[in-house]
Design a protein around this ligand. Structure first.
Ligand SMILES: NC(=O)c1ccc[n+]([C@@H]2O[C@H](COP(=O)([O-])OP(=O)(O)OC[C@H]3O[C@@H](n4cnc5c(N)ncnc54)[C@H](O)[C@@H]3O)[C@@H](O)[C@H]2O)c1
Ligand SMILES: [Zn+2]
Length: 678
């Protein structure tokens, strides 16, 4: 049963964590102390419940808490070897745990255990960090809060910071909390409510003071030519630049992208001080791993042509990498973890917005959120004073902290398609949806395109939230619609690197019955549609310089001749030859082009449901519901072919094991000798 102190703690944490003004995503931690009966001795034992490593306060549950014995935790003070070796104390926390389960104790556990208050909150609010990063933060703290809040000079989180804060609390009985220089806030209370009130009072008082005392235009006067473009123009420019920018961010390892044109970013970029502030970088310790020390900022006005922006971004990327390597070399010691790549994680484009990057969509999105936090912090600090983040050497000590490196090493191995952005046409149902599902299950972000936006979005929602799958409307036979679809993919995930040309439809008619309109419809959707999709997506892949895959869902009918199939089979043969042509043409860019030849996929197929199945059943003299089984009996393996079988073949062609195969068609038909390729 949940201890009442832990229950209160979880409720308080969820309230605090669900309002972004209080703390950044997954930032900060909270604790409560209480007494329980020790099952070993039957005697009361004092415990501390503290949010463990990882996880977010807004969604904290009991599993996210570490539970430690307070007597053992506090006994660590006697064996503490000093600040030089404070990291060793993190391993010692494991010897203070009470029972098993729960989360691993985080580096901030010391602060919570050592501060002599039943309830403690440590948070990263923008308003509090603004004061914490102001050049005269110490004076501001006493001006704003009097003696209720005490200034703690910057110190990297750890055991020593816990000791410092415990001492401050003891020496300042009137205080309800403190501002941690360069970092955030800590507050405490006798009850859970009192701690929450203390946290909110510090956050709101700081925000109100900034609102009242900030000078106008904290980021300086508007910069001529850097005002935001109108929404449609900036989205179009973002889409045009997206692939190049993803390529720049993915030189060391492939990244998923996130784009935002939120007002905070556009205002920042439209102001004259943004180059100076951008170069100063972020400050809160949570930020460095997510955003790197500083962003790459394009130094061209909002209306600079796309070609000029591309050329300049590439120059800036070279400089960024040199600069980052130099930063690493300046601060690395022989014990430092290896450099984690020198590419930017945040790229700012004046008038347009911000691209942020990560190993998956959620990480990319949160990196962007963190930079918006940093902008808010800079605005507050510059409004009252001068923004003065912690110095570069300290930033490095955080970014390349051995404890952070150990956390990264413990991360689960990424899935085979992690970081890859897949676009599947005709994916609202049938083979397309099964393929999108499989690719997502193997780690890809997927864009589901189909004629109906509603159906595309419903299929996406079935697969996962917007960090995994998005639905877009696109008629693949319409060139503008195809471009809009590709733009949507770039804005959703940063680019595209795995394309499945699956959209299709089938009219089974004899030569005499096939009208010119029937012919055009099938050729427009399949031959022309996949040509248009390949063309628009290959452009993105070439700009990204990250290779890629294009897979055509052709058909057994592309090689087997049968009656009543002139338009469908002809356009399938066209698609099949596109595979070979494009494999030859795009190989120079590392783009593989392959095909899958399905046959007799009845289950889930809209093609079969909308008349084709009834027609085929009539032709073969079986009931429509038995058509799948009938087809199975015609195969060598006597197996019914399911949409998942096609999806698996697509995965294999694009997965980590088929790196040296292009121009291939894989039959997935349970064995049809007439369709053997030679
Ligand atoms: N089912 C089979 O036995 C079989 C066999 C060989 C090949 N194929 C091919 O597999 C692909 C998928 O077929 P399915 O059986 O899953 O059929 P399906 O009808 O379930 O799926 C096709 C999807 O394409 C979409 N679509 C149609 N026209 C479009 C357009 N202009 N733009 C965008 N989307 C469009 C449809 O809305 C539908 O969601 C097709 O290319 C088909 O020719 C299917
Ligand atoms: Zn912190």
């Amino acid at each position: 049963m949940t201890h009442p102190a832990a229950a209160d703690l979880i409720a308080r944490s969820n309230r605090l964590g669900s309002d972004p003004k209080n703390t950044n995503y997954a930032g900060g931690n909270t604790s409560a102390k209480g007494t329980e009966t020790d099952p070993v001795t039957g005697q009361p034992v004092e415990l501390v419940w503290v949010k463990g490593s990882g996880g977010d306060l807004g969604t904290l549950t009991e599993q996210g808490l570490a539970v430690l014995r307070l007597d053992r935790m506090r006994a660590l003070v006697d064996v503490y070897p000093g600040v030089e070796r404070e990291d060793e104390m993190v391993a010692a926390f494991d010897y203070c745990l009470h029972g098993k389960g729960g989360a691993a104790p985080s580096i901030d556990t010391a602060m919570h255990g050592l501060v002599d208050a039943p309830h403690v909150d440590h948070l990263h609010p923008d308003s509090g960090i603004a004061v914490a990063t102001a050049a005269d933060g110490q004076e501001l703290t006493s001006t704003i809060f009097g003696d209720k809040v005490v200034w703690v000079p910057w110190r990297r989180p750890g055991f020593q910071l816990g000791l410092d804060i415990a001492e401050i609390k003891e020496k300042n009985p009137q205080a309800i909390g403190c501002i941690l220089g360069g970092h955030g806030i800590t507050a405490w209370g006798e009850t859970s409510d009192e701690a929450e009130r203390a946290s909110l009072w510090i956050i709101d008082t700081a925000a109100a003071y900034i609102a009242e005392h900030s000078r106008p235009e904290p980021f300086g006067p508007p910069l001529a030519g850097y005002a935001p473009l109108p929404q449609a123009e900036r989205r179009a420019k973002a889409a045009a630049l997206g692939a190049t920018i993803r390529g720049i961010a993915s030189q060391d390892r492939p990244m998923v992208g996130h784009f935002t044109d939120t007002g905070e970013v556009l205002d920042f970029l439209a102001s004259s001080e943004h180059p100076r502030l951008g170069a100063l970088g972020t400050s809160c310790p949570d930020h460095f791993l997510r955003t790197k020390v500083k962003p790459l900022v394009l130094d061209l006005p909002s209306d600079a042509p796309v070609e000029d922006c591309v050329a300049r971004l590439k120059e800036l990327a070279v400089a960024y990498r040199e600069d980052y390597q130099a930063y690493y070399d300046r601060h690395a010691t022989p014990e430092s973890p290896a450099i984690r790549g020198a590419d930017p994680l945040i790229v700012l484009v004046p008038g347009v917005g911000m691209f942020s990057f990560g190993k998956d969509k959620q990480t990319a999105r949160v990196a962007g959120e963190f930079y918006v936090n940093a902008i808010n912090v800079m605005r507050g600090a510059e409004g009252l004073s001068t923004y003065a983040p912690i110095d570069e050497a300290e930033k490095f000590r955080i970014e390349y902290w051995a404890l952070e490196e150990a956390k990264l090493q413990r991360m689960p191995k990424p899935k085979p398609l992690a970081t890859r952005v897949a676009l599947v046409t005709g994916a609202a149902g049938g083979i397309g949806k099964a393929t999108a599902k499989k690719l997502a299950a193997e780690g890809a972000c997927v864009v589901i395109a189909d004629l109906s936006l509603e159906k595309a979005q419903a299929a996406a929602a079935e697969i996962g939230g917007s960090d995994v799958a998005v639905g877009v409307a696109a008629d693949v036979s319409d060139e503008d619609a195809v471009q809009a679809m590709v733009d949507a993919a770039v804005l959703a995930f940063g680019g595209v690197d795995l394309v499945v040309n699956n959209a299709g439809l089938s009219l089974s008619k004899s030569l005499m019955d096939t009208t010119a309109a029937d012919w055009d419809l099938q050729h427009n959707v399949m031959a022309k549609g996949s040509f248009l999709v390949s063309k628009a997506t290959a452009k993105v892949m070439v700009e990204q310089e990250m290779g890629g895959d294009i897979v055509y869902i052709s058909s057994k009918n592309s090689v087997v001749a049968g009656p009543n199939n002139i338009a469908y089979s002809a356009t399938k043969a066209d698609q099949a030859h596109q595979v070979r042509l494009l494999a030859a043409e795009l190989g120079a860019h590392g783009i593989k082009v392959n095909g899958v030849n399905p046959d007799g996929v009845v289950q889930g197929s809209g093609i079969f449901a909308s008349g084709w199945g009834a027609n085929r059943a009539a032709v073969y003299g079986v009931e429509e519901k038995d058509l799948g089984k009938f087809y199975a009996q015609r195969t060598i393996l006597k197996r019914e072919v399911l949409p998942e079988n096609i999806a698996n073949a697509v995965f294999v062609l694009c997965g980590p094991d088929m790196t040296h195969t292009t121009g291939l068609h894989v039959p997935v038909d349970a064995g049809v000798a007439a369709a053997f390729l030679r």
